[in-house]
Design a protein around this ligand. Structure first.
Ligand code: PMP
Length: 350
């Protein structure tokens, strides 16, 4: 840290993204990317847009908003786009949380929430998951803070049923409830339709997972118009051009290509079920996943050791050193061939 770094950030310990090593070719099952390329339409539209790069992008994201409104069934005023959904989560902390409006989220969840809280100097409380890693909804009813709930949760992969999400939203009319649906397309139930009924609900989604655009950086927020206006105030006060031209065009293409989206999701969920069967047969405990990854542990080998041994064999998975989950690894669902290679490597290690 230089002597110029603001003391405002004394307590800040930045988010650690999954490894992106360049030293050799790995089978990458560590950052929940799609094993499939983007839609051809998305690529073509982004390529065409690249020829207009000398011009700023549309700060109102009109083409993307119109397409999303049509495909997802919301009005323009209920949608906001950001540079990945990480951006909108940060905007939610900036817009709705402060010293007196803290945040609460599960103790085991997306590791960026505490970072955004620290960045924005927001006090936060971690609510323990149950022993079986499911969310106990009780502590979320009439909570004293704004709530951030990844549903399905990460890295567990477990989903909270929609009626419980609705009860949480309903019981907190004076708090914001952010439901982070990064993985919802792989088998979760979306809370997004509830934004028509509750003015305290913000649903976030991403194009990084089910729409194969992690590198393009595109996220969506869905909420009632007054919350969207607040988030736009933050966006226009930080970077109104946060969606570049190519990403905007790719997003339109990815939304339009519904058939390809459905095919990829279908393939990934099928591969997931096959992987769960194979890992279970090898003696793993695999949590019930509604996402494009599985969270698994084996009684015969520690989480870190398995991670390191797989890495030696050219396969990357994600290991977390948090005590409650250090026996586990989070394994992204890749192509069937990649998962066969994983199972083969695990058999060798065991
Ligand atoms: N929420 C959760 C739960 C995630 O796992 C991720 C991906 N790391 C994100 C949000 C952010 O994804 P992105 O910024 O790529 O949209």
């Amino acid at each position: 840290m230089s002597r110029f770094f603001s003391s405002r950030y004394d307590a800040l310990s930045p988010y650690t993204p999954g490894e992106q090593p360049q030293d050799r070719r790995y089978i990458k099952l560590n950052t929940n990317e799609s094993p499939y390329p983007p839609s051809e339409l998305a690529v073509r539209m982004a390529q065409e847009e690249a020829e207009r790069m000398q011009l700023y992008s549309d700060p109102d994201c009109r083409s993307l908003t119109a397409e999303a409104a049509k495909i997802l069934g919301f009005s323009d005023r209920e949608l906001i786009f950001t540079n990945g959904s990480d951006d909108i989560l940060n905007f939610a902390f900036m817009a709705f949380c402060d010293e007196t409006h803290g945040a609460a989220f599960p103790d085991i969840t997306y590791g960026f929430y505490p970072v955004f809280a620290a960045l924005n100097r927001v006090p936060y409380r971690e609510i323990p998951l149950r022993e079986d890693f499911t969310i106990d909804p009780e502590p979320y009813f009439e909570a004293p803070e704004n709530l951030f709930i990844a549903n399905p949760n990460a890295p567990t992969g477990i989903a909270l049923p929609l009626p419980l999400i609705e009860e949480i939203v309903k019981s907190n009319p004076d708090r914001i409830v952010v439901v982070d649906e990064a993985y919802v397309d792989f088998g979760g139930e979306s809370a997004a339709p509830l934004v028509k009924k509750y003015d305290n609900l913000l649903v976030t989604r991403t194009f990084s997972k089910s729409r194969n655009l992690a590198g393009a950086r595109l996220g969506i927020g869905i909420a009632c118009p007054s919350l969207i206006r607040d988030l736009q105030t933050i966006r226009f006060s930080t970077n109104p051009y946060n969606i570049n031209r190519m990403t905007m065009a790719a997003g339109v293409g990815a939304l339009r290509d519904t058939a390809y989206f459905k095919e990829c999701v279908h393939r990934i969920t099928n591969t997931r079920e096959q992987t769960v069967r194979e890992l279970t047969a090898l003696g793993f405990t695999v949590l019930s996943s509604r996402t494009n990854f599985v969270f698994a542990k084996h009684p015969g080998i520690g989480g870190e050791e398995l991670y390191l041994r797989l890495k030696d064999l050219g396969i990357l998975v994600r290991h977390f050193t948090i005590p409650r989950i250090r026996d586990f690894n989070r394994i992204t669902i890749g192509s069937p061939e990649e998962m066969q290679a994983l199972v083969h490597a695990i058999k060798k290690i065991l």
